[in-house]
Ligand binder design. Structure first.
Ligand code: BG6
Ligand code: MG
Length: 212
């Protein structure tokens, strides 16, 4: 087999928390009387919380201190976590779970590579707390995607080299991160249209066709 491991992004690949990110940021943007829409939200995929705030503030007319920015990011996270708290195992799609089980059955190691500091909490909500062989997330990195650090850490945790691992991503920043770390990359949805992606997946189950 060409690959020994699959490193999966979380938000937008394993689960659909993107809309919760949108709703939480929208509340902050509205309070700041700052324009924010789903298109801008798409630019936040894979990007850290503080960098996401900077993108939102591109439309803000005024200046904020670092303390005020941290307070806004904190408030956004509190809003976001209220949505996460409502998630249950039912939010894990049967397709995703079946594909993960099948990959594992084929002898592949599975890891999470996510910029989120909430990754472990989300995995717990989905009933996947101890499912993955490794979890690399926003708590063990200093640079978020498009930097490859989160995926390089995941590969290191698995003890499998990047060129034997496939990264699955829904964000262009994630495809870029994977490629600059020496990984092959499969893009789900729009990320599959990225020229750098090695594979374009129309659905999660198409991953099984690559992993033969
Ligand atoms: C990524 C999301 O997974 O995590 C980004 O795609 C988000 O939109 C980033 O900003 C950081 O998330 P968190 O949960 O640490 O605020
Ligand atoms: Mg994502």
């Amino acid at each position: 087999m060409k690959y020994q491991a699959v490193i999966l992004d979380l938000d937008g690949v394993i689960c659909f928390t993107d809309h919760y990110h949108y709703l939480a940021w929208k509340k902050i943007a509205d309070d700041l009387e700052t324009y924010f829409d789903e298109k801008i939200n798409n630019r936040l995929r894979g990007v850290s919380r503080m960098e996401s705030l900077e993108i939102i503030l591109e439309n803000f007319h005024g200046t904020l201190s670092e303390e005020e920015k941290y307070a806004l990011a904190e408030r956004k996270n509190e809003e976001y976590k209220r949505f996460l708290g409502q998630m249950t195992e039912k939010d894990l799609s049967l397709e995703v779970k079946a594909v993960l089980d099948e990959l594992r059955g084929r002898g592949l190691k599975l890891a999470i590579g996510s910029s989120s500091k909430n990754a472990k909490f989300i995995l717990e909500r989905l009933g996947l707390k101890d499912y993955f062989d490794a979890v690399s997330d926003g708590t063990n990195i200093s640079k978020s995607k498009p930097d490859p650090e989160v995926f390089l850490k995941a590969a290191e945790f698995l003890s499998i080299p990047p060129d034997k691992s496939l990264v699955v991503e829904d964000a262009k920043a994630g495809i870029q991160a994977a490629k600059s770390g020496g990984f092959d990359a499969a893009g789900l949805g729009e990320a599959g249209e990225d020229k750098m992606a090695d594979y374009a997946l129309k659905s999660f189950k198409e991953l099984l066709k690559i992993m033969i």
